[in-house]
Ligand binder design. Structure first.
Ligand SMILES: Cc1ncc(COP(=O)(O)O)c(C=O)c1O
Length: 392
């Protein structure tokens, strides 16, 4: 069904969308699929036992949990042994940071275009191993991380580079596979935060050529759980953290601590089934949604869109942030809350270094409207009418 997208049919799959509220804070968290909700109820109602047991109900739980792991791995094009599921992307990066082995005194490169999730764990790592941190950024108006602006920072002492696939403020898609190439030529490991990419496009960690990659299923139509990938080769640099008597072969063994919610893990096959054949159609539909809002915002003299104003879905995802001259972002959102059914937000969204140091914004940050495939063109046209009134 490439190129066509039945948004009405998609919306039927999400119980939350039967309400009047229009959800436009999807980059904060998406609505959950009905099948996910039902499967969690079923799991907790019938098979909520400790994993690993050999009695009848125990074997059902074991199978469901394993199917969740298998589905998550397949969805990202990873092997079962290359992923771990856990509470959140932040938690999984923190686990990795405690386990990663990098020679003392090396350099690491972190970007300022990030959610703090892909910064703080590596500052902790730098502290532990006495590493020198180099900062990577792309100033306005480009605001794009590229192999070209990374290269001057690379060198023989650099052993680790981290950046986001898509900023949760800017929405532009970085060319991760091209960046991976230059990072690897320099002999460093590459870690990517895929949280703002995964709700919009299929993730293929092998095609991207990354060493580490994480995203959060609660933004991809599922429950509050996240996944971290580490390639088999990169796992040579991961010192296993479990109890001394537990296995240490897979990434789950190394970093998992039995810490992934069983009911959440077992629901993942429902998300994967739902998204299976929709990737191209979702990209095309999202392109239409972002064109409506970007056309309106770009035409206004008093509005600055942060990042690309292209509606091309190869260039960006529909996470759109802007500031309005002479208005603070908080006041704009609070006025919309009062007069409309649209739910969107203001702030720095934990990308504080980006908002303060790169974009030079005040404490109220941006107004962010973040759409996903279940939003409709009619909703976004209605939003434009609301914004026209608020900004008049
Ligand atoms: C780009 C990005 N990275 C990381 C995170 C943090 O994810 P988690 O809540 O799973 O730790 C977020 C959450 O908003 C995000 O937008």
């Amino acid at each position: 069904m490439s190129g066509t997208f039945d948004v009405a049919a998609a919306r039927e799959r999400f119980p939350a969308l039967k309400q009047d509220q229009v959800f436009l804070d999807n980059a904060g968290g998406s609505q959950a699929l009905g099948d996910v909700i039902d499967s969690i109820t079923q799991y907790l109602s019938k098979t909520n036992v400790q994993l690993g047991a050999s009695y009848h109900t125990g074997t059902i739980s074991n199978t469901k949990y394993e199917q969740g792991y298998q589905a998550a791995a397949k969805y990202m094009n990873a092997s079962r042994s290359e992923i771990v599921l856990g509470a959140s992307t932040t938690q999984l990066f923190m686990n990795l940071s405690s386990a990663l082995q990098i020679p003392e005194g090396s350099e690491i490169i972190l970007s300022k275009m990030e959610h703090e999730t892909n910064v703080k764990p590596w500052l902790v790592l730098a502290d532990r191993l006495k590493l020198h941190v180099k900062w990577w950024e792309s100033p306005k108006p480009e605001l794009k991380l590229t192999p070209e602006n990374l290269k001057p920072l690379l060198g023989p002492k650099v052993k680790f580079v981290a950046c986001t696939h898509v900023s949760n403020i800017l929405g532009g898609i970085h060319d991760v596979s091209a960046i991976a190439e230059v990072v690897h030529e320099a002999g460093a490991l590459f870690c990517v935060d895929g949280v703002s990419f995964a709700p919009h496009r299929r993730v293929d960690v092998k095609a991207l050529g990354v060493d580490f990659y994480a995203f959060s299923w609660y933004k991809v139509y599922g429950p509050h759980i996240a996944v971290l990938y580490a390639s088999t080769a990169a796992q040579d640099h991961v010192k296993p953290l479990p109890h001394y008597f537990n296995p240490t072969k897979t990434l789950e063994d190394k970093l998992g601590f039995a810490a992934s919610s069983y009911e959440a893990v077992q629901s993942i096959p429902h998300i994967v089934d739902y998204l299976a054949d929709k990737s191209d159609a979702i990209a095309a539909h999202e392109g239409k949604l972002q064109a409506i809002l970007l056309d309106f915002l770009s035409a206004r003299e008093d509005v600055t869109v942060m990042g690309s104003t292209s509606a091309d879905s190869a260039v960006r995802v529909p996470t759109i942030s802007f500031v309005v001259e002479g208005r603070n972002s908080r006041a704009v959102v609070e006025q919309a809350d009062k007069v409309s059914r649209f739910g969107f937000r203001w702030g720095h969204f934990y990308s504080k270094r980006l908002c303060d140091e790169v974009l030079g914004l005040g404490p109220e940050g941006v107004v962010r409207v973040s759409m996903v495939h279940y939003n409709t063109e009619d909703e976004i046209r209605e939003l434009v009418e609301v914004l026209k009134k608020i900004l008049s």
